[in-house]
Design a protein around this ligand. Structure first.
Ligand SMILES: [Zn+2]
Length: 62
């Protein structure tokens, strides 16, 4: 069963919007200004920016 969960995050510094996985294996930086947007914490993304929306088709059971 495919996990297709993405999130759209807005950078707090420059308002760039970026799509990334909800479950991260590595940190995510803003492509525009380099600010930290999210980093992995126990398999989940700890968001540093503002989450705009969740994307994806599969609901996953926690
Ligand atoms: Zn930015």
């Amino acid at each position: 069963m495919a996990e297709k969960k993405f999130i759209r995050i807005k950078c707090a510094d420059c308002e760039n919007e970026q799509i990334t996985f909800k479950r991260l294996s590595s940190k995510v930086d803003c492509m525009v200004c380099g600010a930290r947007l999210a980093e992995p914490t126990g398999g989940r993304a700890e968001l540093k920016g503002e989450m705009i929306e969740e994307l994806g088709v599969e609901e996953e059971a926690e």
